[in-house]
Design a protein around this ligand. Structure first.
Ligand code: NAD
Ligand code: ZN
Length: 357
């Protein structure tokens, strides 16, 4: 099963299925140099690192490997610098692929190196988390963090291919699986009621990694994101709807501390609260709100605010959202499951929504 991301000359394919790693040669672009660089983290490396290196060697590549510590802290300029050093040492040239084997952290970091080393070398994504397979590996945003903010230093840089091997998810911790499922549900809300209904009927099978269901789920999410990205690669309009749940979600994520809520867990809270906001503004039927809450709780994801919640701080964080213009805040609000729009929200409306403690 493949999904094509239609970006003219920079078209590329997302390959989705089980046991794809063993068939890597079918998915790699032509005309790559033999020297290549694999980037992974220290959770993924012991499970899949050697397998990938062996496959690459059997195809005639001369791979070097960089293993970064798992976690957001590796997505830094210092982390990037270590990768450039390694790329030089190993003699990578302009046709040498950089291969990301890991979750969104590894993908964003490796992609940033691929975008900037020699002004751009081929980039191959092998996403290993659900979040990376349905979201971060698609769309070409690459970045590292700055002490002042997440993803501040980055680029739009499309990969040459994305290989989403569903069997890699077999070892994913359940908490990461649930977190990724929040983004999956997001696609249903912003774009596709039929897909949302599919999730309502097949969530347990998806969480149990049923291959037919997971194939359908990952493919549909990639199709939806690819379609949105093809229409608005650089986020001048439509692409902002992917941000549903994230305006409040980001605030929850940074306030709660990363140990309290991870990204998907925070987005789950954000999606519910932004839907409640839409409801308060009279745009969303209560039945639709209930469907959303029921599906999120079925995962299960917790929809309560984190322990360390400070309303004023949260509002300040939301003001820094990239959709904000001057002092005005914009939210992606659902009208029904399957359709959202971007709407200005007044301070008063937000104040009414958010609890004090
Ligand atoms: P992650 O990369 O930190 O992975 C989560 C955890 O799972 C890590 O501990 C990792 O080592 C482990 N892991 C990964 N694959 C595994 C496997 N198959 N088996 C066992 N353990 C495994 O987190 P994530 O949720 O994948 O990605 C989050 C990052 O993605 C954030 O930095 C975020 O900014 C970024 N992101 C980027 C985009 C984009 O468009 N570029 C979109 C969404 C998120
Ligand atoms: Zn997200």
């Amino acid at each position: 099963n493949t999904v094509t991301v239609a970006l003219g000359r920079r078209n590329y394919k997302i390959f989705i299925g089980r046991d794809l790693l063993a068939r890597l040669e079918e998915f790699l672009p032509r005309e790559l140099s033999s020297r290549c660089l694999v980037v992974t983290d220290d959770n993924v490396d012991p499970i899949y690192g050697q397998r990938l290196i062996n496959v690459l060697k059997s195809l005639g590549f001369r791979p070097a490997k960089v293993v970064v510590p798992a976690g957001e802290a590796s997505k830094s300029l210092a982390g990037a610098e270590a990768l450039y050093d390694r790329a030089f040492e190993h003699g990578l040239d302009r046709r040498s692929p950089i291969i990301a084997l890991g979750g969104g952290v590894v993908g964003d970091l490796a992609g940033f190196i691929a975008a900037t080393y020699m002004r751009g070398v081929p980039f191959i994504q092998i996403p290993t988390t659900l979040l990376a397979q349905v979201d971060s590996s698609v769309g070409g945003k690459v970045a590292v963090n700055h002490p002042r903010g997440k993803n501040i230093i980055g680029a739009f840089y499309q990969p040459s291919a994305v290989i989403s091997d569903l069997s890699l998810l077999d070892t994913l911790p359940v908490r990461e699986m649930r977190s990724g499922m929040a983004e999956v549900i997001k696609y249903g809300v912003i774009w596709d009621d039929a897909f949302f209904q599919y999730l309502e009927s097949n969530l347990d099978a998806a969480m149990g990694l049923d291959s037919r269901v997971m194939q359908a789920v990952v493919a549909r999410c990639c199709e939806i994101k690819a379609g949105i990205v093809a229409e608005d690669e650089r986020e001048s309009g439509l692409r902002a709807i992917l941000n549903y749940g994230h305006t409040i979600g980001h605030a929850v994520e940074s306030l709660g501390g990363y140990h309290l809520k991870n990204h998907g867990e925070a987005v789950a809270v954000g999606m519910v609260m932004e839907a409640v906001l839409a409801r308060q503004m009279g745009q969303l039927d209560v039945k639709e709100l209930e469907r959303l809450m029921a599906l999120i709780q079925k995962v299960p994801l917790d929809i309560s605010l984190p322990g360390e919640w400070h309303k004023q701080q949260a509002i300040e964080l939301m003001r820094q959202d990239k959709k904000a213009v001057g002092n005005e805040m914009f939210f992606v609000l659902p009208e029904c499951i399957g359709r959202v729009h971007i709407k200005k929200v007044s301070d008063q409306q937000l104040d009414d929504l958010l609890p004090v403690e």
